[in-house]
Design a protein. Sequence first.
Length: 360
Amino acid sequence: EMRTPDGKTARSYGVRTPRGVIAIICPWNLPLLLMTWKCGPALACGNTVVVKPSEATPSTATLLGEVMNKVGVPPGVYNVVNGFGVNSAGSFLTAHQGVNGITYTGETKTGAAIMNAAADGIRPVSLELGGKNAAVVFADCDFDNAVNTVTRSVFENAGQVCLGTERVYVERPIFDKFVAALKVKAETMKPGRPFDHDTKIGPLVSKIHQQKVLSYYARAKEEGATIVFGGGVPDMPDDLKDGCWVQPTIWTGLPETASVVREEIFGPCCHIQPFDTEEEAVRMANDTQYGLATSIYTQDISRASRLATQIEVGLCWINSWFLRDLRTPFGGSKQSGIGREGGVHSLEFYTELRNVMIKY
């Protein structure tokens, strides 16, 4: 409430209104999870959505559409369009002036193209993009927890996780022990059908992606990596030979300038590098165009807090990985994205804030 120049009073308050139509463009690696993380808040804020799933994984968005129809969500609230991205459904959707906001998870190059398209019409974007995420493991960590959690963050979903770890920095006193322990984990990762009980790693999404990951495996060898484990295609039984298999792979011995240390591979692989000081670990973790996620393993909570403010990422896990409270901000920094979603941050993106002023 405020006084006006003529001695009367006025009251101002904010009202949130839906943006309108939200385009949701989601990737193939976690197709239902990453889509519903956006779809739920968008609908809850009163918008309608048009979902463009990846052409590689269209089924779950369609299945959710069938559920929406069955439970009585009005027609036109949840919509699905299928197709490719470039010069296809994706380009059409992001350029369409009937779309009032665009949210996207995927690679950085595509994110830049979407941001470009959204500039026409000045429409807001929320982008969660690529990463080259680091894990920083200190000698005082809970060793078993660190090994088990890094195993997950490197190899889960065959490494096809935007938040996955591809660079591991280990304090020198435990470096050899850590490399040996992670090697044991990789050796016991049995490849097989995803629904078989004893399968520990499934195939990659496609032959195209398999070739990409294998090309990085070849490049690591060319660049002089020590191959601790993996680096190729596992021997599979005849009925599975044609699958998109790659071995879980661990490298050491490369300089920080090597392409497999610089570029996002999106496969079940990591390079492990020793460090001597906290400052050195922070410098190496930050020496990347990306800034999506990191994880820090230490029992020293003041050190963990210090590093959490120094490492340039949108998401920082301490002694853990891939924990998500849906009320908290989710997104990347630097070339890993723009904007945050989750809780009140979703409210900010999926609504327009209007100021109403009443003079009494």
